[in-house]
Design a protein around this ligand. Structure first.
Ligand SMILES: [Fe+2]
Length: 157
């Protein structure tokens, strides 16, 4: 069964959204183990997702697409740096032992983490991935998908 870039990367985003929802649920119920476990997997998953885009998909797309279209990848890279900074600022969740640290970490951010993650996902799923799917011939896309899938699953725990 052959997936598109939109389907493969979208499925990974659904997995990440579920981990984040469970992490927030852990915060609501003060389940420290759940917070740590889910946040750890969430942050690792996001970093891996970004690597797949920046090491495999974007370079191939930029080599193929006209300059104007390739600019989308440049904008997405800038957002990746914001997401990485947010993940870094959220790391106190890994060691938090009290309600106030959890609340300050989740609520004291310059922007809402959930909105930051979801707005990036929406831009890629609605615009960037479909453009990439359309830019490659079937055999090229299959090769990229194979590499992307390999990296997505190689380190997933
Ligand atoms: Fe991205």
């Amino acid at each position: 069964m052959e997936l598109s870039i939109t389907e493969l990367m979208g499925a990974d985003y659904r997995r990440l959204e579920k981990l984040w929802e469970e992490c927030l649920d852990g915060a609501r119920t003060f389940d420290l183990r759940r917070i740590r476990d889910r946040f750890n997997r969430f942050a690792q998953g996001w970093r891996r997702h970004i690597r797949v885009e920046e090491e495999i998909l974007f370079p191939a797309y930029e080599a193929r697409a006209p300059t104007g279209a390739a600019r989308a990848a440049w904008v997405m890279r800038a957002e990746h740096r914001e997401i990485e900074a947010m993940l870094e600022r959220l790391t106190p969740l890994m060691t938090a032992r009290d309600h106030s640290t959890i609340a300050v970490t989740l609520e004291g951010q310059p922007c809402c983490p959930t909105v930051l993650f979801q707005s990036h996902e929406a831009k890629e799923e609605d615009v960037v991935y479909p453009m990439m799917d359309g830019a490659f011939a079937d055999d090229e896309r299959s090769k990229l998908l194979e590499q992307a899938r390999e990296l997505l699953t190689a380190e997933s725990g």
